[in-house]
Design a protein around this ligand. Structure first.
Ligand code: 13P
Ligand code: ZN
Ligand code: NA
Length: 283
């Protein structure tokens, strides 16, 4: 695999930092992720959840927009377009056909045998086209894409089974993280991470990173998390700024004026996360 995602995660794992994945919820997000990544000299991953793909116009539109925007903005730092929580094998195939660099197949709700079987199909298809694959074991708690899941810690054996039998490039072991806001303090399974690391050497992916403290984040990185996913934190700062602007000037109707502070809020939140994960100047 001469692939960009493979290279950036490999470098991060070796140098003990993490590449942030920022989920996009509109063109403004994409522009902000690409520009800020370039400004910080950081590798970044643009995540599109399965549902957002359709809400934003489909795989082809997103893959082409990504490509054109990257060229127009003259981005030189490594950037990767990734399908986040692909719910079906076919969805992953569609993303790959459209030109995505990387896909996540999320079979975490299935029995492990079925998860392995389906993930393997995605890996075979993806690797033939130089596309990397992430897969999940256990269950990240909370709500994403309007889908609620109970938190379920990944089993060590199932993680090993999935990695050994599929050839995936990265593993998301659900070990206490939650999509969206945390109710109370996060309860991350550091012992489990450490143990898993002694059996599995591919990069780990941390989902539900919004709401996790700096200290905990550094620990997850030390146990081999090389990709860390952020969605909620961006959306909170975006909506806060937007809400302020609209209440501050109730007569305002120029969309670009209205969106200016929320764009700036996105930029600064992304920059702050790039520093936090250690991806700053790693491009
Ligand atoms: P948060 O929304 O908690 O940041 O989680 C993001 C995520 O895991 C995307 O897959
Ligand atoms: Zn996730
Ligand atoms: Na979270």
């Amino acid at each position: 695999l001469g692939d960009e995602m493979y290279n950036i995660l490999d470098d991060a794992l070796k140098k003990k930092y993490a590449v942030p994945q920022f989920n996009m919820n509109g063109l403004i997000w994409l522009e902000s992720i690409l520009k800020t990544g370039e400004k910080c000299g950081a590798p970044v991953i643009v995540g599109t959840t399965d549902k957002i793909v359709d809400q934003l116009g489909g795989f082809n539109l997103l893959a082409q927009t990504f490509k054109v925007m990257k060229e127009e903005l003259e981005i030189t730092a490594p950037v990767v377009l990734h399908l986040d929580h692909g719910q079906k094998i076919e969805r992953c195939f569609q993303a790959i056909d459209a030109g995505y660099d990387s896909v996540m197949y999320d079979g975490s709700k299935l029995p492990i045998e079925e998860n392995v079987e389906n993930t393997k199909k995605v890996v075979d298809y993806a690797h033939a086209q130089g596309v990397t694959v992430e897969a999940e074991v256990g269950s990240v708690g909370g709500t994403e894409d309007g889908v609620y899941s109970d938190l379920l810690y990944a089993s060590l054996n199932e993680c090993i089974q999935l990695v050994k039998n599929t050839g995936i490039n990265s593993l998301a072991p659900a070990l206490g993280s939650v999509h969206g806001k945390y109710k109370g303090e996060p309860n991350l399974g550091f012992k489990e991470m450490e143990e898993l690391r002694s059996f599995v050497d591919i990069p780990f992916v941390l989902h539900g990173a919004s709401g996790i403290s700096d200290t905990e984040l550094q620990k997850t990185i030390s146990y081999g998390h090389a990709k860390i996913n952020y969605n909620t934190e961006l959306n909170i700062s975006w909506s806060k700024a937007l809400r302020n602007k609209l209440t501050e000037d109730t007569e305002l109707y120029n969309p670009m004026e209205i969106l200016k502070p929320s764009k700036e809020a996105l930029n600064s939140t992304i920059e702050e996360i790039i520093q936090r994960t250690g991806a700053w100047k790693q491009a």
